[in-house]
Design a protein around this ligand. Structure first.
Ligand code: G3P
Ligand code: MG
Length: 382
């Protein structure tokens, strides 16, 4: 039984009573419990950013400690307060609304779409630059990612399957499946200048995707057009160089297979290796996703919006944000650079038998439940 905290804290929330918790989907909708220590109500001193793969989930399976950890945030903690959190993942593939439904049932806690930062969520902050321009979007099956891109505001989003349907000779080694053909948007790419390429999520057909990216870049947007000197300094081109934007740098990630799997970062390296071999240089690209500064700043703004929504007030002093994660290269490196305390768990990519992590966390825990308890008690001691 978790010890009750001294009286300076406001009363526990009705939801913490056992019967309330047993209901199917525990809600986290109640306003964040404030610490009443002066005239102005204050938020709890901490908040959490949870990584998903390797911390809460392993592939389709929910890690048992995840539900207990989220229970603690729901008021079942020494502070007796509801502690705010967001989910910060390099995963993706679905819109935030669809993802929240899926996660809510996997975790047994109601998650809100403004609580989720996926690898491509940050593109909502740049879509205004591309809304009316033709772009190529990659990742996921069939046209799943086109639907996400259109929801974000990309009005002319094409997939590599659209290109293959237009001219099968673009990649003679793959015949569209009936499902893929049904997802295609007919188009004549000889007249569509692709301005940018967005890799939203893990590509499913690396060879086709690498071929089409190469064609788009080398022809400065017109698939099948003459190959032009791709170097940004070349002045023979009327068309600007095509932007290449990737959303997840993870080389490896943890699913339900014993060993980590190749991630979108491995796709990036495969593309760059081919590009280097063919053109003789790496192609400059924009990289989002953990550990990038842009993604951590974006995540902090998402958390601030959520706290302001709850408190109905401006949040001047952000609570300390604890990053709970399994990947030293992406999660811990990013948290350290953002000045966030972090806890590395042993349920994912990080394997303690391979020595100390490449980036040092504030603490190493067996799992997310121990991580949350450690952070709360650390704040209690402060
Ligand atoms: O594809 C997702 C993977 O790279 C990692 O996801 O939740 O551990 O950041 P996550
Ligand atoms: Mg992870």
């Amino acid at each position: 039984m978790i010890k009750r905290a001294p009286s300076m804290f406001v009363v526990r929330h009705a939801l913490s009573s056992p019967s309330a918790r047993c209901r199917s989907l525990r809600t986290h909708t109640s306003p964040v419990r404030y610490i009443q220590s002066s005239s102005r109500p204050r938020l709890p001193p901490l908040a959490f950013a949870f990584d998903i793969d390797g911390v809460l989930l392993r592939g389709p399976h929910t890690i048992p400690a995840a539900r207990r950890a989220l229970d603690m945030l729901n008021g079942v903690n020494p502070m007796g307060v509801t502690i705010p959190f967001i989910l910060l993942t390099n995963g993706g593939g679905l819109g935030e609304e669809a993802r929240r439904h899926k996660l809510s049932s996997q975790l047994g806690v109601e998650i809100h779409s403004n609580q989720i930062v996926q690898a491509h969520t940050i593109l909502k902050s740049v879509v205004h630059k591309y809304a009316d321009k033709p772009v190529l979007v990659l990742g996921g099956r069939n046209d799943e990612i086109r639907k996400v891109a259109e929801d974000y505001g990309f009005k002319h989003a094409y997939t590599t399957l659209d290109v293959l349907a237009w001219k099968p000779e673009v990649w003679p080694f793959h015949n569209l499946t009936p499902e893929e053909r049904a997802s295609v948007k007919p188009a004549d790419f000889s007249g569509i200048p692709i301005s940018a390429i967005f890799v939203f999520h893990d590509p499913r057909n690396w060879s086709l995707d690498i071929q089409v990216i190469l064609d788009v870049i080398r022809s400065r947007g017109i698939v099948g057009g003459p190959y032009l000197d791709p170097s940004p300094t070349s002045n023979q081109q009327s068309l600007p160089p095509v932007e290449l934007v990737l959303c997840n740098p993870d080389l490896l990630w943890k699913s339900d297979f014993p060993q980590p799997r190749l991630g979108q970062g491995a796709f990036r390296e495969a593309f760059q290796a081919v590009y280097q071999a063919v053109v003789g240089a790496r192609y400059p690209c924009v990289q989002y996703g953990k550990p990038t500064k842009a993604t951590y700043e974006f995540a902090e703004s998402v958390l601030r919006d959520r706290l302001e929504e709850f408190s109905g007030d401006r949040v001047d002093e952000m609570p300390r944000v604890y990053m709970i994660a399994d990947n030293p290269e992406s999660d811990i490196a990013g948290a350290n650079a953002a000045g966030w305390p972090s806890v590395l768990v042993k349920t994912g990519v990080y394997d303690p038998s391979r020595g100390p992590p490449t980036h040092t966390p504030s603490y190493i825990a067996e799992d997310v439940e121990e991580a949350v308890r450690w952070a709360i008690e650390r704040e209690m001691r402060k």
